[in-house]
Write a new protein. Sequence first.
Length: 268
Amino acid sequence: MPHDDLNPNAFYGGGLAVESYDLFAAEVGKLTGDIDFYLNLARDRGGKVLELACGTGRILTPLVEAGFEVTGVDISRAMLDLADRRLQALRPSAWGRARLICSPMQAFETQDRFDLVLIPARSLQHLIDPIDQRKTLERVWRCLNPGGMLVIDMFDARLEACVGEPPPPPPREVVDPVSGRRFRRTCLGRHTNPFEQTTGERMRIEELDAQGGVLGSHETSWTLRWSTRQEMAYLLELTGFEALSVYSDFERSPAAYGGEQIWVARAV
């Protein structure tokens, strides 16, 4: 599977991948508790919130419901359409506290200033060029109020997942508890490039009927760039931030190999 075939953002183009995104995200154990974590940080900080790569509004909507003014930025129009429908289901006073912008995170424009910026769910890692990661953090710094906070969630790569051709995981199935729709995600292959620090995955997303028959299917891919904690600490310092904490999970456990890298940093 050639590395060039793996568009880092193809997954978010639309279709079954986007329609089932929230269901599979809820099944990722390492993201357990992330919404409450961000809500508690927002309550501590107060003020306006910016979420980069807000996707379907999985995190943005609870923040809006909790009373915060939130701007969400995402590269995917299909994801933002779902977020917009989710927001419009809220009472008008809540819906009016949200604004959605379709833009790559390294190129977004806003005149607003924020007290808290979130880049959740490994989203920064979809920028596979380190220059774009730096551009993103520089833009974040410029739109933060003095002393404003930045929170980034990344995965801490394990060595065996960074070299060679890691074996694909078994297929996963989820069921939407509201609509009853059933989806299966199957990894078709993985590719790693330890020199560029990237790992990519090609997958098939299927919608199934009650008997397991395939109602619809499409293939897609994504690629992410992994970073060591030392690399991230330097990138934050380079772009004007002071790293305050780094956790390995959303229970605020200390940094640990192979867990999450959940960075909490302050603009200086």
